[in-house]
Design a protein around this ligand. Structure first.
Ligand code: SF4
Length: 234
């Protein structure tokens, strides 16, 4: 079987798995092409720069120091069984397993569900803007299927929306929040769009990017819909 392809690694983080000290592995390959992608070097499936066995040996040295390992990307689920087998080995070391996902592969998510403890799921935009933002109209439908499947597991999760003002308006954000509320989601994260340092074309102002966070009425209306709303402005 093909090895898992790892294109990046963060050795220590307190913000990528709720309440746990974690490492993050960034896997190569993604079916989407989001305008705001902060990891454009990971989008194409290619040989990872990190030897997965060396990363695994390093993770062994983190047992007792870290509590979780988060698989991010790219879209980690694109690597299918290679990913699931690697996750299982990492979990056998005693780590909780987190997954950041755009939800494009609900069937693979279902196959990975017994080894994944928590997911952070992207709800990128309203359905009619998915194609413009992420390059695939169908991605919204896939994401909803992933959400519904994950809810059926009863495991913990967060849904997150990055507020790129080119694709998300305040009205859109409210529509997304209402949709999630109606679907029974309890934890929502609103993330500030921070332009990728190589993107000279985004053409957004700080005020446009801050508007969601500066609007007290919007914040109160969204806060009222969930048990927990995390406003990530950096
Ligand atoms: S889903 Fe994530 S990794 Fe893939 S293109 Fe969008 S932002 Fe980039």
């Amino acid at each position: 079987m093909k090895d898992v392809q790892i294109g990046g690694l963060v050795s220590f983080t307190t913000i990528d798995y709720p309440g746990k000290l974690a490492a993050v592995l960034f896997l190569t390959g993604c079916p989407l092409r989001c305008a705001y992608c902060s990891n454009p070097n990971l989008l194409n499936v290619r040989d990872g720069e990190y030897d997965p066995e060396k990363v695994f040996d390093w993770l062994k040295t983190r047992v007792g120091k870290l509590e979780a390992v988060v698989f991010s990307g790219g879209e980690a689920l694109m690597q299918g069984d290679a990913l699931i087998d690697y996750m299982r080995r990492v979990r056998d070391l005693g780590f909780a397993i987190g997954l950041h996902t755009n939800g494009f592969y609900p069937d693979t998510l279902a196959r990975a569900a017994d080894v994944v403890d928590w997911i952070g799921l992207d709800y990128k935009a309203t359905r009619n803007k998915y194609g413009e933002l992420a390059g695939q109209n169908i991605a919204h439908d896939h994401m909803i299927r992933s959400l519904e499947f994950w809810q059926s597991t009863g495991k913990d999760y967060e849904v997150r929306t990055t507020c790129d003002p080119r694709f998300v308006t305040k009205m859109d954000l409210m529509e997304i929040a209402n949709d999630l509320h109606n679907r029974g989601v309890k934890k929502f994260a609103v993330q500030k769009y921070i332009p990728h340092f190589e993107d000279a074309t985004h053409n957004t102002t700080l005020q446009q990017r801050d508007q969601f966070f500066a609007d007290e009425n919007l914040r109160a209306a969204i806060d009222a819909l969930f048990d927990l709303v995390t406003w990530r402005d950096q």
